[in-house]
Design a protein around this ligand. Structure first.
Ligand SMILES: NC(=O)c1ccc[n+]([C@@H]2O[C@H](COP(=O)([O-])OP(=O)(O)OC[C@H]3O[C@@H](n4cnc5c(N)ncnc54)[C@H](O)[C@@H]3O)[C@@H](O)[C@H]2O)c1
Length: 351
């Protein structure tokens, strides 16, 4: 039982992490700015849990961060807060620089001051964990990126995450702050904001809209279920070696167009499909995203061998589960898609 500061805990991955930490009776202080993708509803399953403390605020605000540290004395910071959508980063990179780079530096700086004030014993158990992405490695022509692969980010999103990862490394090497970094692969699951590929396709299909696929749709992504990604983050938190980074992926690679076809076929045969529609006919190839990476792939043997972590979710079963979740949870997504947002390239809501 420990006290953790989870920043970005009202988002897709953050809310699952909060849920899993609360299940093992840890106390979780969530700091979340509730941007367009962060929602209190994402934590509704834990409402009333005495071990959950929610505070609305930004990681860019040094006062709120110091206030929370003084008040709750967390044993670890887990930074899940970020601007996360590549399309938005192309339209408006500065938001990504502010939160992903300056916000991370603010947390690291506050974490360092706090860590330096601790006794040696407390210092040993403190951790700063940065949740990052496979996108920092850039497009992988062949093989798979290990943790020592060079960073070659190709979008402003990936570049901002890579910059933050470098800062994390520097706080460890320069000051000795016990940091950890996870590089997660493309993640799917309940409560993912409907601008991301999987929920976007499911919800557009359900509302009879076209299913836009970038370029020829041959971009390969490694898909991991959110429960497996979060189990990886927790394994790194509990057993990771300070100063190290860990790849957290499933090894399940799929072309985007194959993924969209899978969703269409699953929806075609779903009992909710009445009268029977053929969703495959709705696929439309649209102009590619600039700087679009062709393939992401990570070698995750380090996390498997040194932490004993592994994925347990089969991709096909996981995807069917997430399709069912969106069909059954209109109450969650209807208020989002019903809002009058400015549209991004693919017709997804924008802040
Ligand atoms: N979703 C994926 O496929 C994936 C894969 C690998 C890594 N990641 C990483 O995981 C993390 C979470 O991603 P997600 O998909 O859950 O994103 P998300 O957009 O669903 O959630 C981000 C959360 O951060 C909050 N936030 C944004 N700016 C903030 C700020 N300045 N201060 C405090 N809170 C702020 C938002 O309100 C939201 O709750 C990100 O760091 C992302 O880079 C995501």
């Amino acid at each position: 039982m420990a006290i953790y500061l989870v920043t970005g805990g009202a988002g897709f991955i953050g809310s699952k992490l909060v849920e899993d930490l609360l299940q093992r009776y840890d106390t979780v202080v969530v700091l979340d700015a509730l941007t367009y993708s962060g929602r209190r509803e994402n934590l509704a399953g834990s409402a009333g849990n005495q071990n959950l403390i929610f505070v609305e605020g930004s990681i860019c605000d040094p006062h709120i961060v110091s206030f929370l540290i003084d008040k709750h004395q967390p044993q670890a910071f887990i930074n899940v807060a970020a601007e996360t959508h590549v399309d938005r980063s192309i339209d408006r990179p500065s938001d990504f620089i502010d939160t992903n780079i300056s916000g991370t530096n603010n947390l690291l700086h506050a974490g360092l001051k706090y860590w330096q004030s601790m006794t040696q014993l407390q210092q040993k158990s403190f951790r700063y964990l940065q949740v990052s992405t496979d996108e920092v490695y850039g497009s992988i022509d062949s093989g798979a990126a290990t943790e020592s692969a060079p960073f070659k980010p190709n979008s402003p999103y990936a570049a901002s995450k890579a910059a933050a990862d470098h800062l994390v490394r520097s706080y460890n090497r320069t000051y000795g702050l016990p940091t950890l970094t996870t590089h997660g692969s493309n993640t799917y699951g309940p409560r993912q904001f409907p601008e991301k590929l999987i929920p976007l396709m499911i919800l557009r299909a359900l509302s009879g809209q076209s299913l836009p696929v970038y370029g020829d749709g041959k971009q390969v992504r490694e898909w991991i279920a959110v429960n497996d990604h979060v189990a990886g983050i927790i394994a790194v938190l509990d057993r990771g070696k300070p100063g190290q980074s860990y790849n957290i992926g499933s090894g399940e690679e799929l072309e985007n167009v194959e993924l969209v076809k899978f969703i269409c076929q699953a929806l075609n045969s779903h009992s909710a499909n009445e009268p029977n529609k053929n969703f495959l006919e709705k696929i439309e190839f649209v102009q590619d995203r600039p700087g679009h990476d062709l393939r992401y792939s990570m070698d995750c043997s380090k996390a498997k061998t040194s932490l004993g972590w592994k994925c347990i979710t089969d991709l096909n079963a996981g995807l069917v589960g997430v399709i069912d979740w969106y069909i059954d949870n209109k109450i969650w997504w209807e208020p989002i898609v019903g809002k009058q947002y400015e549209l991004t390239r693919l017709g997804a809501p924008k802040k």
